[in-house]
Write a protein that binds this ligand. Sequence first.
Ligand code: MSP
Length: 505
Amino acid sequence: MAYYVTTPIYYVNAEPHLGHAYTTIAADILARHMRQRGEDVFFLTGTDEHGEPVAQAAERLGVTPRELADRNAPRFREMVARVGATNDFFIRTSDEQHVAAVQEILQRVHDRGHVYMGLYEGWYCPRCADFKTEGELLDGRCPIHKIELARESEENYFFRLSAFQEPLERLYSERPGWVLPESRYNEARSFIDQGLSDVSLSRSSLTWGVPVPWDADHVFYVWFDALLNYYTALTYAREGEDLTERFWPATVHVMAKDILKFHAVIWPALLMAADLPVPERLFIHGYLLMEEEKMSKSLGNVIDPFEAIDVFGVDALRFYLFREVAFGGDGSVSPEGFETRYTTELANEYGNLASRTLAMVARYRDGAVPDAAPQADLAADFDGLAERVCERLDAVDVSGALEEIWRRVRRLNQWIQETAPWRLAKDPEAGEQLDAVLYEVVEGMRVISILLHPFMPDATARLLAAIGAEDHSVAAARFGGEPLGSVADLQPLFPRVEREAQPAA
Ligand code: MSP
């Protein structure tokens, strides 16, 4: 089955920070997991390069918007690579193929009668590139960026969003799971229920954008150009091949709640206006907070993902973010919390489990994993685990899936305590029992590591290689599966980290 997952495309006016890494890693975990299930996966990320935020930032720096985009897009590309993301394409909205495809689709929307010329007046936030309603303002300021907003008016083309009131109501009634979590579905639905107004589709005061094909004085409002990336990318991601048939509609768009309205209201309406199928699902996660504030460049309270990776490694970062914060809600992260989880969970619970087990197999059985039958009670604890992880990830519950797996990491540690193989090794009568325990623990680690692989690709691959497990598919993640051979040496998976080298908050 086709599985198409996306992240938002990130604005190139700022540098990549942990918030961007967070969504990118979540989408990557889904993509890797679905590949392990043998699905036909396409994973898209990229940069949003047009519009007011970028034009203004460029002006402040005394460069052209294109220069700024060319300078910063590679930083996002680098961030994506550094967090271990296996995206199939990286779109830049300044790509000429994207620009041409946007023009073609929006011309169609125009020709189908969904566009008209009108006067726009409202409170405009240049950082959001969005007009705010009176009710959204906080003391005359943008609720997100906290900057004072000016009243602006301009002749614009409008998109007849109001004409999609009923089709959107129908979409929400027919597909209750189309926006997750449910609280976000309710939020979007109540926004629609309040009655939709038409939205500005173009800007005439700006030149940095996709030119409106029927009026050279206008460029498209950046959000229309940006949303369409999910669709246009498929038309040119592979040279000489159009992937649209294979991957559209998208399976899931992942993002934070800041851009819910655009994706849950405008995006499906725009697709309907262009006569295209709407995506299957949106998953809206919360904010990573530092000391209770949303992490963002403009507020200056960011953890640098590059520094965190330098200190703890990429696997640890990927693990920490989904262990610390329940995916979907807001949650605080901190360098101290990171270090604690690194030590207690990664180094002690998983890393030590691996090194202890391999050392026992080496010492008691010359490195050969015994071929024994597993005992019923431990096997029962692994029963249905792969299915539950699949269910959780089908529901985009990334941290729920991780919790399912981690309970088994703890179960194995407990099993070692209970069965005390070091004591069995001293008892000449207990050979079979020792065989069974060693087999079970290695087997449990195999199953866990396959399922953990999308979360921590490097450490799990090393462990799987050390126990000679070649098949990394979810189908192989069944306890009591394949016979294992002998174990190889393994360097510590999560070595001790020097305290002084903590990432700066
Ligand atoms: N360019 C638009 C999106 C267009 S998508 C068609 C945009 N860009 S952005 O650079 O501001 O990125 C916003 C997204 O970055 C959020 O929706 C989220 O995915 C991620 N995050 C940025 N800061 C974050 C946190 N502090 N916490 C969680 N996610 C964060 O909006």
